[in-house]
Design a protein around this ligand. Structure first.
Ligand SMILES: Cc1cc2nc3c(=O)[nH]c(=O)nc-3n(C[C@H](O)[C@H](O)[C@H](O)COP(=O)(O)OP(=O)(O)OC[C@H]3O[C@@H](n4cnc5c(N)ncnc54)[C@H](O)[C@@H]3O)c2cc1C
Length: 672
């Protein structure tokens, strides 16, 4: 296919009616957009860092320019993204001192957002390298990291097998120690044991970090990590005993290059077992080193990163596109024979967009909170303090699940809010949607994560009933609170403390009710696991309710401590109330069930939400401008800053390869 580099023309803002409409919207904004951007970034200096260090350096570099993915087939997308990211890591990142093994350094914080449209080398940089840091000894890190960081080797993270993903204990791949040769013999002994899904494995990887059952002296010591060379470094052919290839197209994420791997008596040196937490001596004696819970502590990092850099970034991008488009699109009128209105003026349209802007802000501040808590947790762990491990696990598992679930559902609503154009690849929305949908499955399938969070919550409920102390994030379960909502009118229902109380009450009720049911099933003689399975729908709901409570409370407490202008405070306060009210109005059952909310209060909640939508309407464009995505990052014809949706759609279509000739090649088949 002949392709042309997709370049958006910069139009004269005054030319089209659409750009005039979006300018009018900006003129209506009641607050200073830059101030809000600074708040989102974590301060003025951080905004400067993001813009100057990350975005400008990346966007101005000609090697980082890409052809819009809509013009390319899978192979070309794969090639383009990986070429671009290869250049990024081997050249640009090196020159700028950006290190993939230091994801929490200040400038690295903004890179994933800047690179959101390029998924190449995702697993190499996001899983292979961090796993070497987590599992490797200093000597192993010194050997492998320089090669990996310079992309002289490309690594896959090979854990999932054809037969098992979630249940890691049942993975079948084996690594058997041979003391005579001081080697491990790697085997995938059955069809179900072959590694299936690992990103980068399909075509790119030279090495794989393989999770396998360690067997020495005939004894199984459980899962350990091994570095296995899979392709010849000189000609990229599979090495002896290795069968490797691509699993074929997936829903999206073409450039993650998902693959399969079979190993038939593949021998690797003893030093290739990553040995920070476990060691096999020359005679095959197995030894654990230190506390392997430390290994887990560093691994949950990926969940924090995923929720922050994928879920939050993509919902903010989708909101930007849908909000801007809804302000330039006119359709129908609100008075008989009257002028056509912008579609954002329909209350149903506001209800599709503004609550997701509110969710974007709520999740943004929540993930910033969890990230800072996680960084502190890592410091505690380094000092040997593991006391917050269980709480951190619950929080990261629950937040990854709720953030990816809520945002992927939200992006589909935002996509539909753009009518037909939301279905076109040129809108940028299909790619965002399909990226997010995948994140509900990888790095822990969401239901499984909710159930893990529920396990912690059930233990907490038991502690509460015995009067034992509990962790800070679940302290509300011990509090005595009124059993009826105290709001007397619409205004009081928008009060953050009233809304927090609603969500705490719902979470407490759902948890205590499922804990009681579980306990009585077991007391009646049912086996614990059977009873757990029987009530697992309620357990998932209790975990979701706890996380929703966390989102509402953290947003509200963030605002209590925020120093900002009154204009910014007003919109953030409104967004915080709207985020909570939208959930109550969409899922009223649990709030009504035990009479906590009356039907009169629910009616007030509905009216309060409509009022908030009307009030936030004039700030819709300002609120998404504050996310500060460049047009390049959005890759959307309908969501660009200047609002010129129609001209861009037409220009995009004109440049489509099949429109490059007067007579399309299809003619040769249909010529009578
Ligand atoms: C785009 C993409 C990229 C990936 N990249 C990688 C990679 O780089 N490396 C890698 O190793 N893997 C990778 N994976 C695999 C991924 O990690 C697994 O698919 C994921 O962990 C889910 O496991 P599974 O496929 O076995 O699903 P299953 O566990 O089989 O889930 C299927 C269903 O069973 C349910 N279920 C399973 N167990 C339970 C339970 N205990 N209780 C209740 N319900 C349960 C789930 O909720 C789900 O509804 C990738 C997957 C995708 C989609």
């Amino acid at each position: 296919i002949i392709v042309e580099v997709f370049r958006l023309k910069s139009y004269d803002m005054a030319l089209s009616p659409e750009s005039q409409l979006i300018t009018n919207e900006r003129n209506k904004t009641t607050f200073n957009v830059t101030e809000l951007t600074n708040i989102l970034d974590g301060g003025l200096e951080k905004t400067a860092l993001r813009k100057s260090i990350a975005e400008r350096k990346i966007s101005l570099d000609p090697n980082m320019k890409t052809i819009h993915r809509g013009y390319l087939n899978k192979e070309q997308i794969n090639f383009q993204n990986n070429r671009k990211m290869m250049y990024f890591f081997t050249d640009l990142a090196k020159r700028n001192n950006w290190h993939m093994d230091k994801p929490h350094s200040a400038d690295m914080e903004f890179l994933p957002r800047t690179l959101a449209n390029a998924s190449g080398l995702l697993i190499h940089a996001g899983a292979f390298v961090p796993s070497i840091v987590s599992f490797g000894t200093p000597e192993q890190a010194a050997k492998w990291l320089p090669l990996a960081k310079a992309c002289q080797i490309i690594g896959a993270y090979a854990q999932t097998e054809l037969g098992h993903g979630t249940n890691l204990r049942r993975l079948e791949t084996t690594a058997t120690f041979d003391p005579r040769s001081q080697e491990f013999i790697m085997n995938t002994p059955s069809i179900s044991s072959m590694k299936w899904w690992p990103g980068a494995l399909g075509e790119m990887a030279t090495h794989a970090l393989v999770m396998a059952q360690l067997i020495t002296r005939g004894e199984n010591h459980g899962m350990q990590a091994f570095i296995v060379p899979v392709r010849d470094m000189t000609n990229h052919k599979p090495l002896p005993g290795i069968t490797v290839g691509s699993i074929g197209p997936t829903l999206a994420l073409d450039s993650t290059d998902n693959g399969y791997l079979r190993m038939d008596n593949v021998r690797i040196p003893k030093e290739n077992m990553l040995a920070k937490y476990a060691y096999v001596d020359s005679k095959g004696k197995f030894q654990k080193i230190g506390n392997d819970r430390l290994m887990y502590a560093s691994m949950v990092n990926l969940r924090v990163v995923l929720a922050k850099d994928e879920a939050v970034t993509y919902i903010q991008m989708a909101c930007t596109i849908a909000a801007r488009y809804s302000c330039v699109r006119k359709q129908g009128s609100l008075t008989p024979g009257g002028p056509e209105v912008q579609i954002i003026d329909y209350v149903t349209q506001q209800n599709k967009i503004i609550p997701y802007i509110a969710l974007s802000y709520a999740l943004h501040f929540n993930l910033a909170f969890i990230r800072s808590k996680y960084v502190k947790f890592l410091e505690d762990v380094k000092r040997g303090d593991l006391s917050n491990m269980a709480e951190m696990h619950m929080m990261t598992a629950g937040m990854k699940a709720i953030a990816t679930e809520r945002t992927s559902a939200g992006v589909e609503i935002l996509r539909r809010s753009c009518g037909g154009h939301g279905y076109a690849v040129s809108s940028g929305l299909p790619y965002i949607l399909l990226r997010l949908v995948a994140s509900c499955t990888y790095e822990g399938e969401n239901t499984v994560l909710y159930l893990q969070a529920a396990r912690y919550l059930i233990k907490t409920a038991a502690k509460v009933s015995m009067g034992q102390p509990v962790d800070a994030s679940v302290m509300y379960l011990t509090e005595d609170a009124p059993d009826k909502c105290q709001a007397a009118n619409q205004m009081e229902l928008c009060d953050h403390s009233i809304l927090e109380a609603c969500f705490k009450h719902r979470s407490r009720q759902l948890l205590l009710s499922v804990a009681t049911e579980l306990q009585s099933l077991v007391a009646d003689g049912m086996k614990q696991m059977e009873a757990w399975n029987l009530v697992s729908i309620q357990l998932v709901n209790a975990a979701k309710a706890h996380m929703e409570q966390h989102i509402v409370s953290t947003f509200s407490s963030y605002l209590r401590n925020l120093k900002c202008s009154s204009a910014v405070r007003e919109v953030l306060d409104q967004l915080c109330s709207l985020n909570a009210l939208h959930q109550i109005n969409n899922f009223p059952g649990d709030f009504l069930k035990d009479g906590y909310l009356s039907s009169k209060q629910l009616d007030m909640a509905r009216k309060a939400e409509v009022k908030l939508l009307a009030s936030l309407r004039r700030n819709v464009v300002g609120l998404v401008d504050a996310f500060d995505f460049t047009d390049d990052m959005l890759g959307s014809c309908i969501g660009s800053y200047d609002g010129n949706a129609y001209e861009r759609l037409y220009e995009w279509a004109k440049n489509f390869p099949s429109n490059k000739t007067d007579v399309p090649c299809l003619w040769s088949y249909i010529d009578p």
